[in-house]
Design a binder for this molecule. Structure first.
Ligand SMILES: C[S@@+](CC[C@H](N)C(=O)[O-])C[C@H]1O[C@@H](n2cnc3c(N)ncnc32)[C@H](O)[C@@H]1O
Length: 337
């Protein structure tokens, strides 16, 4: 068969020039910028206070630094102890196990999985402040006899008292390929709030400056906001890559990391500096790095000790990168590679 994909007449990438491969960093520059003395001191003070409040309920953390508290253990058991006593969480950003047989989960009947999710979603609701939010990342699974790639969001969307504001589609370009159906290239983020009448949404902090016609006017007035456009409900962020030569510097040994760029946008939009950001299924602590990098206070739970250990290693690498970033010469880009 003729390789049409190698011909400029058919392949738009070859015709228009391939987009350049961008070097990656341990974390995006937005997470490496210094916090400023006042915010850094306030984060340190609030972290100590929160760790003291949680100590009689959740025990000693596995690791605790200003802006970053990680517990080793089952989030359901821990949240049950916390939920009646305190509700400090401004934002939860999480991706639970999808019940698809990954090595960090025990596969079970789909309806049992839904019941389990309803339980922890209820607990997350209870530890969330009145003006708080939940961003829930969900993929697909098989419902035997009914469907192969059933969006988990269809089964979970109303399993808690949170109010669903909207669904965001996270699109990426690489992934498994299929022959008898379309290759999957998206997951969903469900954006919930506790109170639709009063919640944080910092649109100006996440505006997209890549506007095609920035100076276009209507009736003498610029059409687009000076900081950029609303980034819409379809987001393109590449998955964290693996493999010799193309592995991202964000990559850890965790098999299901989400990219820091996505969490950065969510944390900026749905929380403020000094507030508490929770991830009950912390994994490699991507939520933790983004939250801490933006001057929030991360609280995470992770059931596997080896993932807690790799998260601590990742946090230390992040801190080193942050120091290097602060010491760099004016105009110098963060280290890529
Ligand atoms: C999809 S991964 C999360 C990955 C994370 N978003 C990241 O970027 O690194 C889900 C994680 O939840 C953890 N987990 C599963 N059940 C748990 C439980 N009951 N309590 C706490 N953690 C749990 C798994 O070990 C796994 O690391």
């Amino acid at each position: 068969m003729k390789r049409r994909i190698a011909d400029k007449r058919y392949n738009a990438y070859l015709a228009g020039g391939r987009p350049q491969h961008r070097p990656t960093t341990v974390a995006p520059p937005g997470l490496l910028a210094p916090l400023g003395d006042e915010l850094a001191a306030s984060v340190a003070r609030r972290t100590r206070h929160l760790a003291d409040t949680l100590a009689p309920l959740a025990g000693a953390p596995f690791f605790c630094r200003p802006g970053f508290i990680l517990y080793h253990g089952d989030c359901v058991a821990a949240l049950e102890k916390i939920a009646d006593r305190t509700a400090p969480v401004a934002l939860t950003v999480t991706s639970p196990p999808y019940n698809i047989g990954k090595d960090y989960e025990q596969k079970t009947a789909w309806h049992r999985f839904v019941d389990w999710c309803a339980r922890w979603l209820g607990l997350v609701h209870r530890v969330t402040r009145e003006d708080g939010a939940l961003w829930l990342n969900l993929g697909y699974f098989e419902v035997p006899g009914r469907g192969l790639c059933v969006p988990i969001a269809y089964l979970l969307w109303d399993q808690s008292d949170f109010y669903l504001l909207q669904e965001v589609v996270w699109h990426y370009s690489a992934g498994v390929t299929t022959r008898r159906r379309l290759s999957p290239r998206n997951e969903k983020w469900l954006f919930y709030v506790k109170n639709p009448g009063a919640y944080t949404f910092n649109l100006d902090d996440i505006r997209d400056p890549n506007v095609k016609y920035p100076n276009q006017k209507k009736n003498g007035r610029y059409r687009c906001h000076p900081l950029g456009k609303n980034p819409s409900d379809v987001w393109h962020y590449p998955k964290v890559t693996t493999g010799t030569k193309r592995s991202s510097r964000e990559r850890t040994a965790h098999p299901a990391q989400f990219p820091l760029g996505v969490v950065e946008r969510i944390v900026r939009a749905s929380s403020n500096p000094g507030e508490v950001v929770l991830d009950p299924f912390a994994g490699a602590c991507s939520t933790g790095i983004a939250a801490c990098g933006l001057g929030r206070i991360f609280v995470g739970f992770e059931i596997r000790r080896d993932y807690c250990e790799l998260s601590v290693e990742r946090f230390r690498a992040f801190e080193n990168e942050r120091r290097r970033y602060a010491d760099r010469r004016p105009g110098e880009a963060p280290a890529g590679g």
